[in-house]
Design a protein around this ligand. Structure first.
Ligand SMILES: [Zn+2]
Ligand SMILES: [Zn+2]
Length: 435
């Protein structure tokens, strides 16, 4: 029972040495369950004040303040704290925190009230020691797990009556399971640390379907924590190698990149300044796309902007129409500008991600080289697709829309002498033939 002054000197808990890798949420759930307490008691017994309309996994795992409060009440839990840093679970050095925004758990682990921050990592889709798929829902009624924490019912007991936690399983975990868990987590941590040091990935953000292709297509290895299914979406893979040292990103160039990155992150309509190094490939793209159309498709002025230099006879002037001038990148003094609104939203998003990461790399020349090349490749291909579509509409406005909706995901792998880019183009939906 809780004393009337609202404090509790000790609560019973399991030996923390047996709970390797448990998350703050798992610890709180177990603490409440073992002591027959309710979520409403979480503050006075464990120091964490939470509301019931929020996902406790997110707050407990991500809030530094709540984790510190938990450790103040349960000092012995500090042996678990090194694994409470979301950064330690990341496998990429891109500076982005990859994290599932909703409580995700292994149904087998839940029986003992065990939850690990590993389960919130988006490329982990099965429990490495139970080998079952992770879930975000009640197995009986499909209600989101995070919603089964209410004021005055045992934590995680679902509204439908299904209780994923069993007191028996919680108190008597087999030693063999505890050992298997420790081994798997140690293996993951070693892998993640090594991977962070040499890999960055862009374009995965907030898209669970893209994570499916990560394990098989990007990482190229079978991971114990990933279900290697066959992705049922179209994937176009391109790889290329960038040699170090990359062609002179000078100090000045880095200042430009930092400015471009900050402007890109604020730009609402994606009217862009580009790194000057991409100018050549942008010109090549517009010229090569434009040359696929009959010579009389464009006015002379448009031909100049598009970089078609065949020098053929001037075709008759056509009816006035919306200008295609905005299509090509253009130079003002020593800066390069581009109307990025022509690009699909997913291409825009990835370019922004890379740009922000570029700005955060003050000294790492090899990284900058790899990122710049990835930026150039994605911009060029995204632009080629969009320009082809836009020019087709211009050449024959009544033609059906066949714009391809490919979204890029890119992994930059750094080695001593080279960076290796793997760019995947994922088709979100089949091409439509209707207008
Ligand atoms: Zn499990
Ligand atoms: Zn339920």
């Amino acid at each position: 029972m809780i004393p009337s002054d609202g404090t509790l000197l000790t609560i019973a808990h399991r030996d923390f040495a047996e709970l390797h890798g448990i998350s703050p949420l798992g610890l709180v759930v177990q603490g409440l369950r073992i002591n027959c307490l309710l979520p409403v008691d979480a503050f006075c017994t464990m120091g964490v004040r939470l509301t019931y309309g929020e996902d406790w996994s997110q707050r407990l795992c991500l809030s530094k303040r709540l984790k510190a409060a938990l450790l103040t009440m349960l000092p012995a839990a500090s042996v678990l704290a090194p694994m409470w840093e979301p950064e330690h679970w990341q496998a990429f050095g891109d500076g982005h925190r990859h994290w599932r925004p909703m409580l995700t758990a292994c149904p087998e682990c839940l029986k003992s009230g065990y939850h690990s921050m590993l389960f919130q990592i988006p490329w982990v889709d099965r429990c490495p020691w139970h080998r079952v798929s992770l879930t975000t829902q009640c197995t009986t009624c499909s209600k989101p797990l995070w919603q089964s924490i209410a004021r005055d019912t045992p934590p995680l007991l679902c509204e439908c009556g299904h209780d994923p936690v069993s007191a028996e399983a919680m108190l008597h975990e087999p030693g063999e399971l505890i050992e298997r868990r420790r081994t798997s987590l140690t293996r993951y941590m070693v892998w993640a640390l090594a991977s962070r040091a040499r890999r960055d990935v862009f374009g995965l953000r907030d898209d669970p379907r893209a994570w499916d292709v990560l394990g098989t297509r990007l990482l190229g290895t079978r991971l114990a924590w990933h279900e290697s299914g066959t992705p049922n979406r179209k994937v176009l893979a391109r790889t290329s190698t960038v040699h170090h040292p990359a062609p002179l990103p000078s100090g000045e160039c880095h200042e430009d990149l930092a400015r471009i990155a900050s402007e890109t992150s604020q730009a609402k309509d994606f009217f862009l300044e580009l790194p000057v190094s991409v100018e050549k490939s942008m010109r090549r793209v517009s010229a090569s796309i434009a040359s696929k159309f009959p010579p009389d498709t464009f006015t002379e002025r448009e031909r100049v902007f598009l970089g078609i230099t065949t020098g053929s006879a001037t075709p008759a002037e056509r009816q006035p129409r919306p200008s295609v001038i905005l299509l090509a990148a253009y130079r003002v003094k020593d800066r390069l500008f581009f109307d990025g609104r022509i690009l699909s939203k997913s291409v825009q998003a990835v370019l922004q991600e890379i740009c922000l990461a570029l700005a955060e790399q003050p000294g790492d020349q090899s990284r900058i080289g790899g990122y710049l090349r990835a930026y150039e490749r994605i911009l060029s291909r995204g632009y080629a697709g969009a320009a082809y579509h836009a020019l087709s509409k211009l050449a024959s406005p009544s033609s059906p829309s066949t714009a391809a909706f490919w979204r890029p995901v890119v992994m930059v792998r750094r080695r001593k002498q080279t960076s290796r880019l793997t760019i995947l183009w994922l088709r979100d939906r089949p091409p439509t033939t209707d207008t």
